[in-house]
Design a protein around this ligand. Structure first.
Ligand code: PSU
Ligand code: MN
Length: 301
């Protein structure tokens, strides 16, 4: 593993650091746009007083804290970069290839580097069966990783294409606290509410930091801080439901499965909404980065 000098210096001195995943850049946002967003995310974290550490695997080396040139390469290669979940790290490293890391893979690398706070857009979860009727074994490794990795993940809940009720049940089984940030509802990425309540709520970064401190003193699981998209960027819910129905039909018609499902649905939202969903996606990631930095600052003080 290679840790950028600025990042390792900050970790060594107990300064706040926020880890960032790279799958949302390579597979969640369109090429051309992703690099600008990546730079803005890092700037927001710096402005809030923390050091950003974007994580990816480059030529067989996990890198914690990409340089501007490395970030640009990741964003340019975009969807041609393999999407690496935790199961894929070993094979990718051994064959000296490159890839964008998911929440699961990023959490483990962040933890290994000594970083406890992580910002992203949406967490993976329990997928609905393609026929929409029954259960499926497509459960994101993000959930199993949170069960065993003491990292705070700041996100806007999970995407509405998942089985949100089942996802919350799995998080409970895995002893992962889910905190609503200034909300009693678990958010659904493009929408501020999924319709399902969160078990706990906090209303400022200091309170979130205090809960995480107390949690990690007694448990080895991670924690989710669920931050709804800023109201002015929330998608219209009727439009959202239409896009989702069309997107699921598209996935079904093209027999898209496994790790390709999320990127395909996001791509459908982005093109079919004329970019409205991109603005939503960017706004929520930036808000999560800022909140994660504020919590990291409290944890470091
Ligand atoms: N949710 C999003 N955008 C994304 C992802 C999730 O709204 O880009 C990515 C994250 O990297 C997450 C991964 O860890 O998808 C989950 O994929 P899977 O369901 O295949 O585990
Ligand atoms: Mn999956």
């Amino acid at each position: 593993m290679r840790i950028a000098e600025e990042v390792s210096h900050a970790i060594g001195n107990g300064r706040p650091v926020v880890a960032l995943e790279s799958t949302l850049l390579a597979h969640g946002l369109p090429a051309g746009r992703n690099f600008k967003v990546a730079r803005r995310i890092e700037a927001v974290i710096r402005d809030a007083g923390a050091v950003p550490a974007t994580i990816a695997v480059l030529d067989g080396t996990p890198v914690v804290g990409l340089s501007a040139a490395q970030l640009e390469r990741l964003c340019d290669e975009g969807a041609t970069m393999p999407k690496l979940s935790l199961r894929d790290l070993g094979p990718a490293i051994a064959r000296r290839s490159s890839g964008a890391t998911t929440v699961a893979a990023t959490c483990v690398l962040a933890r290994a580097a000594g970083i406890g706070v992580f910002a992203t857009g949406g967490l993976g979860g329990v997928h609905l069966a393609v026929d929409g009727s029954s259960t499926t074994w497509d459960v994101s490794a993000d959930l199993g990783t949170l069960a065993t990795t003491p990292v705070l993940v700041v996100c806007s809940g999970v995407k509405s294409m998942l089985d949100i009720e089942a996802t919350l049940e799995v998080l409970e089984t895995y002893s992962v606290p889910v905190l609503g940030y200034r909300t009693d509802d678990f958010p659904a990425f493009y929408l501020r509410s999924s319709g399902y309540p969160v078990p706990w709520r906090v209303d400022d970064p200091a309170a979130a930091a205090a809960v995480f401190e107390a949690h990690r003193a007694h448990a080895t699981s991670g924690m989710v801080l669920a931050n709804p998209v800023p109201p002015e960027f929330e998608m219209d819910s009727d439009r959202h439901d239409e896009l989702l129905a069309d997107g699921l039909a598209l996935v079904r018609a093209n027999d898209i499965r496994g790790s390709a499902v999320t990127p395909a649905l996001l791509e459908h939202f982005h093109t079919a909404s004329d970019g409205v969903s991109i603005a939503t996606n960017e706004a929520l990631v930036l808000a999560n980065a800022e909140l994660a930095a504020s919590v990291a600052v409290r944890l470091a003080s």
